[in-house]
Design a protein around this ligand. Sequence first.
Ligand code: ZN
Length: 52
Amino acid sequence: MCIRCHAETETELCTYCATLTRIEVERGFLHLESYLRKWAAFERWLERRVAV
Ligand SMILES: [Zn+2]
């Protein structure tokens, strides 16, 4: 049974939910990447401030 939509399936996720989950995970990684980039920019800004 599918753990997301409870459809009858041999696997944990049906094909439809497996596809949706993959898209969500990829979007999550994009969010994480931009989040980490902002932190890196903040740390560079902080270093410049401390150096002055
Ligand atoms: Zn499903």
